[in-house]
Design a protein around this ligand. Sequence first.
Ligand code: MRU
Length: 360
Amino acid sequence: MSTPDAIIWQDDQLQLLDQRILPTAVTYIAYKNPVDVAQAIKDMVVRGAPAIGITAAYGMALAARSLPQQSTTADWAAALKPAREALAQSRPTAVNLFWALQRCDETIENHANTNDLPAQLLALAKQIHHEDMAINQRIGEHGAALLQGQHHVYTHCNAGALATGGYGTALGVIRSAFRDGKIAGVIAGETRPWLQGARLTSWELMQEGIPVTLAIEGAAAQLMRQHKPSWVIVGADRVAANGDVANKIGTYNLAIIAKHHGVKFMVAAPTSTFDAHIDGKDIPIEQRPAEEITHQNGKAVAPDGISSSNPAFDVTPANLIDAIVTEYGVVERPNRDKILAHLQAASTSSATERQANVHD
Ligand code: MRU
């Protein structure tokens, strides 16, 4: 059995798998307008950095399709602005959202025929969507090559097929490594408060027959000492220019615990998750509603009036990271020079790939 697609374009509508109710129910919600798409991102119907980017691109395509024809590029840009703003304000941390919107901006600016723009934005969304699966397979191969022998690995949140266009980033590495006989078992942290590890990662891995053990966050140090995993493997929401990485809250804790136990720490992320304009300390961290931690299933689990803090992400400093793996290869022990050199090499390779596609 394989994981259902998180995002489907069908019958001129965007269908999003409602990840809030997985694995109990597999239900799709249909979207026709960009403001509802932005709300779906905010409400966690769809989540995971690459999936959010793909969804935003479809949101822009829906916006263009719902508008009357515009006569100039400037008219299109103005007419699409409210949709763009709604999507940009949905979630602040995953940079894939802004990367996808930037690609939409470039399509709006560069399109040759104004009548054709809705079709071009839809084609772009489909391209971003389908490319992501291939990118993740490449990340999977590069990451799996770093694993030696057969060991446990530790993962956090969900950086799987559900968080991407398919295959996954961290789970892509785990899928490829399992195929190569390098995974004895996966320890999945439950990931409070949304339980992406318990509900999504465990489900994805069980469907693939990859042995997975679910654990509460507080068990991480004990389990690292007991099972001696070879690597912690996580995804990312934003990789900063200095090599710091924003990812699901609790990732930083894991990196510290891993260092203490001599467990290596890998971040698997496409280059669309890199932000060369920012250092880790400046990454905007989403604060989610207090009710996510003061209540469970609508019932209070904390005293009324309690003060609380619910950051959705944290930033792991580069000096706790052994490898950042992208579709273009591996950055070992990341720092600013290595990150910028990797992005430069990636941009040269992607220009060459585009050139080769033109000649095919
Ligand atoms: O709040 P979420 O579920 O969107 O957070 C997701 C994560 O932090 C993932 O680890 C990250 O986006 C990488 S997904 C390939």
